[in-house]
Design a protein around this ligand. Structure first.
Ligand code: ZN
Length: 443
């Protein structure tokens, strides 16, 4: 089947139009009648969004296959409505050579659930001592444009300067995990009254804000592009707002969980709520939402961080940092900023698709749902609500902070390069996805 007709979706949450997909491309848009042998999807009542793009995903392969693989991670991505993910470099071995990034990119291509854009390490082995093979990764067939030591901060200012200078020569970007290491030694949760009460090591806001302040100034000094991962504090928002007003080339992301959850969840010592950076205060959540609405924060990125059960079912202090987030992202975002009236679905298409694609220099997302664009489409039922359970998690790990919580919205269809990967709410099996790609050449 090479043509598909999506009928009656509210495109970008706005006006209702039909979409015809042919050979992996959006071929027509408007009031369309079915053609012979065409598959028709009845999308009345659904919102039509462009395929979502995640700039911050941990796929764990190679080396962490017990938690996630490129296959299971891209299945989780499809379930969440994502058609492109950027795979973080903190695998084992680390993605610090052309060989590793090409391997990760090829695995994504073979499975056919989403485009996998590897992120290259900034420093060899994420050790913070010496620059990785940045140029070789950029020139490789994976064409890496985003570099990050995520999980670690590039804390040496001279290395950070050199990395910014290097990537600016080919339009790359450094995505910084802003965490001053000395200020966060032994840190377990947000620093404040509650960390004292719970007897957990405090993670001060200034540990994040000081690095961001330094890095925006470095980016200005060398004329390079900087991206700041997972902003979590009101102070970080202030620094980014100041830098943008000054004309510095900086973009910033926020995770769905930092838009919804607060440090109060640490009270039960349930390590599902342990994350890096930590959940902050209510004031921070409100500042992050407002910054997303006014454009200070450019994008939402999941920081999907799968961990095996044993890494979470232990004491808070021993547990790993991180939570899975691909499957739940859109629902959490709907609850935090759409249902609260702060962002429209059109805004969501920007912060979860076209803007992250622009930062990562991913082609095909600049003109959401327009004729001639690759057919990467997500159809969402915003009126659906359910209690989140492990059945909603499609990756290999279940460390979700939302289990047992009611969340709105549901991804009903995901179309990737013209191939249906989520069909009426159900993930399509791998063999069928591969066969469909073979049948319909990619646009
Ligand atoms: Zn990080």
């Amino acid at each position: 089947m090479t043509t598909l007709l999506i009928r009656g979706a509210a495109l970008l949450g706005d006006h209702v139009e039909d979409l015809r997909i042919r050979d992996g491309i959006i071929a027509a848009r408007g009031a369309l009648s079915p053609e012979t042998d065409e598959r028709v999807i009845d999308a009345r009542g659904l919102i039509g969004l462009p395929g979502l793009v995640d700039l911050h995903t941990h796929l764990r392969e190679p080396g962490g296959e017990a938690s996630e693989t490129v296959l299971t991670g891209t299945r989780a991505a499809a379930a969440g409505g994502f058609t492109t993910v950027h795979a973080m470099a903190n695998t084992s071995p680390v993605a610090d050579t052309a060989g590793i990034v090409e391997q990760v990119q090829r695995l994504g291509e073979r499975h056919g659930y989403a485009t996998v854009r590897p992120i290259g390490a900034v420093t060899l082995g994420l050790a913070g001592q010496q620059l990785a093979e940045i140029g070789a990764m950029a020139r490789s067939t994976a064409r890496v444009r985003v570099f990050s030591d995520d999980g670690h901060c590039v804390h040496d200012p001279l290395l950070m300067r050199r990395a910014l200078e290097y990537v600016s020569t080919f339009d790359g970007v450094i995505a910084q995990h802003a965490q001053e290491p000395r200020l966060t030694e032994g840190a377990q949760m947000n620093e404040g009254v509650l960390s004292g009460e719970l007897g957990l090591g405090g993670w001060p806001a200034v540990a994040e804000e000081a690095i961001i302040a330094r890095d925006v100034l470095l980016a200005e000094h060398v004329g390079a592009r900087l991206h700041v991962c997972h902003l979590s504090t009101a102070g970080s928002v202030d620094v980014v707002r100041w830098a943008k007003a000054r004309g510095i080339s900086v973009t910033a992301e926020v995770t769905p969980h930092h838009l919804l959850l607060t440090e109060e969840l640490a009270r039960g010592y349930d390590a599902r709520f342990k994350v890096n950076p930590p959940l902050r205060r209510d004031d921070d959540v409100h500042a992050l939402r407002a910054a997303l609405a006014d454009g200070t924060i450019d994008i939402i990125a999941t920081d999907h961080a799968p961990h095996p059960t044993e890494a979470k079912e232990c004491t808070w202090a021993e547990a790993a940092f991180g939570m899975v987030g691909l499957e739940s992202a859109l629902s959490v975002v709907q609850q935090a900023v759409v249902d609260t009236g702060m962002l429209t679905w059109g805004d969501i298409a920007r912060v979860l698709s076209s803007a992250p694609a622009e930062i990562g220099r991913v082609a095909g997302y600049a003109h959401p749902l327009e004729i001639g664009s690759p057919a990467n489409i997500t159809l969402v039922d915003p009126s659906h609500a359910r209690e989140w359970s492990t059945a909603d998690l499609r990756g290999r790990s279940v460390n979700s902070p939302y289990l047992g919580r009611a969340l709105p919205g549901r991804v009903v269809y995901t179309v990737y390069q013209g191939v249906v990967t989520v069909d009426d709410g159900a993930l399509v099996e791998p063999e069928a996805v591969v066969a469909a790609h073979e049948e319909a050449p990619r646009g």
